[in-house]
Design a protein around this ligand. Sequence first.
Ligand code: 5GP
Length: 186
Amino acid sequence: MKNQRKLIIITGPSGVGKGTVVKEILEKNNTFWLSISATTREPRIGEKDGREYYFLTKRKFREMIIKGLFLEWAEFAGNLYGTLEESVTKKINIGSIVILEIEVEGAKQVREKYPNTLSIFLLPPSKKELEKRIRNRATDNEESILRRLKRAEFEIDSSKEFDFAITNQNLDETVEEILELIKVSN
Ligand code: 5GP
């Protein structure tokens, strides 16, 4: 893949606000493209296949792993999530900046494969605030919330492995900081 700085990872624990931040970034710059991941998780109310995710069975997902179709994939809170390599390379080859909004393990795989990727880790202002955000989102059941919180501890510990760590205290400031980082690194 040429022009590897065209690949931007936004990672961090579930509930930190990655989705909101990325949505805002896309609204501010229409030359960016957000990769649509595949997942085996059940769609949440309002989610549409092919828009938020490609919702797949575990069997289909595993077939695609064997075929080598994923740029990266990881298990998260009992489900599989993965980035489709072909769609990402196609977009990069036509000059788009591609954003991956993914969890930490997958982000590490992408960095190993493409060391020149720009990786940004979003930190919550505090663990308490993270729990509040996950609970307020009200999209997950208690078991899933607890799994996500437990995993967040380990995820936050690995924030130093990424190029930049930004505390997501204020949406506008976080977005501006990320846009600036993308600008200076391209
Ligand atoms: P959710 O179930 O809340 O939509 O996503 C759970 C976690 O999986 C989030 O941290 C999200 O960023 C991450 N995720 C979404 N798509 C992918 C992907 O393609 N690969 C990896 N590794 N993680 C993903």
